[in-house]
Design a protein around this ligand. Structure first.
Ligand code: CA
Length: 224
């Protein structure tokens, strides 16, 4: 049973996450400030940390840096209202394993949390099937969040990465715009927006021609 530390100062959100995790077999502790969070994180009982960035005391990013600096190597998922690229980049550079923005769906947090726990227990040497998804000559590394085409690294934004991951987990399956919106954007989108088409366009430019095909009036499909 994995013990999850929820670092969150909004009690409504903290108890929402706690309730969901407990009903899925996890044990939890909530810390509503950085001092308590650091003490609990470093006591060796915690298997994963869900980290809000705007918390009383030390900022979440600086807490993250401190924890990594002090040898805490459990998976850390940032869960924050801050959605600008700079915070995401900094979060990953400081050692976060994942970054989710609020508002969020609990189901998505749970999926990501389980994925991070699988990664954490998977062997770190070689290509673990849990951390590398492959379609044709394209590799998607879930641990480093890198896309590789024939050995060449391609940069993806966080959203592009999540979109790519969704396609790579469902190769040769037609994904409707609604499914993609649901998987990648959660409920944080304007209905009727063309955000999916725009991002599929971005991803196509990076993956190359013909990798993601349009299935008329149905959606998109990643060709195996
Ligand atoms: Ca907060």
């Amino acid at each position: 049973m994995t013990h999850v530390l929820i670092v969150e100062d909004e009690s409504r959100i903290a108890s929402f996450i706690e309730k969901g995790l407990r009903s899925n077999g996890f044990t939890t502790t909530i810390a509503d400030n950085s001092d308590d969070a650091a003490a609990i994180a470093l006591d060796g009982q915690v298997g994963l940390i869900v980290l809000d960035l705007g918390i009383p005391g030390q900022d979440g990013l600086s807490l993250l840096a401190d924890l990594r600096g002090q040898g805490c190597n459990v998976p850390i998922i940032i869960l924050t209202a801050r959605d600008d690229l700079q915070d995401k980049v900094e979060g990953f550079e400081l050692g976060a394993d994942d970054y989710m923005t609020k508002p969020f769906r609990f189901e998505e947090l749970l999926v990501r949390l389980r994925a991070r726990l699988r990664t954490a227990t998977a062997p770190r040497n070689g290509h673990s099937t849990d951390t590398i998804l492959q379609v044709g000559n394209i590799l998607l590394d879930l641990r480093t969040r890198c896309l590789q085409i024939e050995g060449e690294n391609i940069d993806l934004s966080a959203r592009e990465f999540t979109l790519a991951e969704t396609f790579f987990r469902h190769p040769n399956q037609v994904m409707s715009r609604e499914q993609l919106l649901d998987h990648v954007w959660g409920y944080d989108y304007a209905p009727g927006s063309n955000v999916v088409d725009v991002y599929v366009g971005y991803l196509r430019k990076k993956l190359g021609d013909g990798v993601i095909e349009t299935v008329r009036s149905m959606g998109y499909r990643l060709r195996p």
